[in-house]
Design a protein around this ligand. Structure first.
Ligand SMILES: [Zn+2]
Length: 178
């Protein structure tokens, strides 16, 4: 996928040119050789369990009834497990006790790759400013959706023999996460 936002080389500021490199047309710098590979960004997602319930949260940018998993970009220098523990702490104030991988999911629409964990957490929920409300949902009441982190919810339920039906999501806010 081309990235039309990048018009100039971030290394030497020369205009980027569309160049075929390694089988694809990519933005590259004729002056210094920089290539904008545009690889997907890794996002960590947490299906956060507190006691017997799963915490779902609503981002301030989302429509009223849309609740989803805790997500955030992996930071340089941290493992995915550290990344999801940091995000859960930052966004909910909960302490992560245990993480186990649910799976890895594509999110090509946003050029992201989702690494989804089942997270056991404890503490008092205090939401960050990014989140406006949360719900505690019994595991058998979760309703997965057919994209991004919804597929992780479905896989998690399937592994526990919890029956489920997919729901259709409302149209996503432009900066909504998976
Ligand atoms: Zn350059």
């Amino acid at each position: 996928m081309l990235h039309p936002d990048y018009r100039f080389c971030p290394r030497c500021a020369a205009p980027l040119a569309q160049t075929e490199i390694a089988g694809r047309v990519r933005s590259a710098c004729p002056a210094c050789g920089f290539t904008h590979w545009n690889n997907p960004a890794p996002v960590v997602a947490g299906l956060v369990q507190v006691g017997e319930h799963i915490l779902l949260a609503r981002n301030a940018a989302w429509p009223p009834k849309m609740f989803a998993l805790i997500t955030g970009f992996l930071e340089a220098g941290e493992t995915p497990e550290q990344g999801i523990a940091r995000e859960v702490k930052e966004e909910t104030s909960l302490d992560v006790e245990r993480t186990s991988l649910i799976g890895v999911y594509d999110f090509t629409r946003k050029n992201e790759l989702i690494i989804a964990y089942h997270v056991i957490a404890s503490g008092e929920v205090r939401l960050s400013e990014e989140l406006v409300e949360y719900r505690m949902v019994a595991p058998d009441r979760l309703k997965p959706w057919r994209a991004g982190t919804g597929l992780a919810v479905a896989d998690w339920m399937r592994a526990r023999d919890l029956p489920f039906e997919f729901v259709d999501l409302p149209v996503r806010a432009p900066d909504g996460n998976g």
